[in-house]
Write a protein that binds this ligand. Structure first.
Ligand code: SAM
Length: 213
């Protein structure tokens, strides 16, 4: 095994350990923040070459199930922006914000932005535990392969809006949270009407933010 492969395996393991720890105890994020940011800054230049074209099939399937087109979309843990562009193409009226902790990812996402989407899609650096948005700002919040921080998800999702959590390789995804755990956490944070999706080895959960919380 060469050094690059060793590094890749270590990174995947670290992502899994971080996810498990932080979902169990969100306060531990401060321990893992630095390493997560450094890891994804390092990966940013090669991230697109690591993505399979079908990696977002399950996200597409969940978005198809939305009862109405959203107007304000947050793509959290956007990486190089692939899922943000998917949402912008699908919902032609929507303003899309892609947020990522790693500056390297945000810079790459900006470079990747096609001119025809540039007016409706923007990227900014921020931490998902403390988002620079007003409560209820988004009628769709989507996460592709990203650690969920439930308090902030509940805060920025608009009442009646939707949340999609997708994992490109299902349980094999380094950042993965079992669906029963997601339902439990989301249920206690004011989300309901859950629906599960599977496509191309990926899994996704769609949830609706309750009207009154
Ligand atoms: C596995 S990558 C997924 C990127 C993209 N969504 C995709 O599927 O290609 C996870 C991304 O989430 C970002 N991330 C991790 N923790 C974060 C946090 N607390 N706030 C914002 N972004 C975060 C990382 O920097 C990384 O770009």
């Amino acid at each position: 095994m060469n050094l690059r492969e060793l590094e890749r395996r270590f990174g995947r393991r670290l992502a899994r350990v971080t996810t498990n720890a932080v979902v169990a105890r969100p306060g531990l994020w401060r321990v893992f923040r630095w390493s997560t940011r450094a890891q994804f800054d390092r990966l940013a230049p090669s991230w697109d070459s690591l993505r399979r074209p079908e990696a977002f099939a399950v996200l597409e399937l969940a978005l198809e199930a939305l009862p109405a087109a959203p107007k304000h979309v947050l793509d959290l843990g956007t990486g190089t922006g692939i899922a943000a562009f998917i949402a912008a193409r699908r919902f032609a009226e929507a303003e899309v914000v892609g947020v990522d902790l790693a500056e390297g990812m945000v810079a790459q996402a900006r470079r990747n932005t096609p001119p025809e989407l540039a007016e409706r899609v923007r990227f900014q650096q921020a931490d998902a535990v403390r988002l620079p948005f007003e409560p209820g700002s988004f009628d769709l919040v989507q996460l592709a392969n990203m650690i969920p921080f439930f308090d902030e998800l509940a805060r920025v999702a608009a009442p009646g809006g939707h949340l999609v959590l997708s994992f490109s390789a299902g349980p094999e995804t380094p950042i993965w949270v079992p669906p029963e755990r997601l339902r439990r956490e989301l249920g206690s944070h004011g989300f309901a009407d859950f629906a599960d999706f599977e496509a191309e080895g990926g899994t996704a959960l769609l949830a609706r933010r309750e009207d009154r919380v």
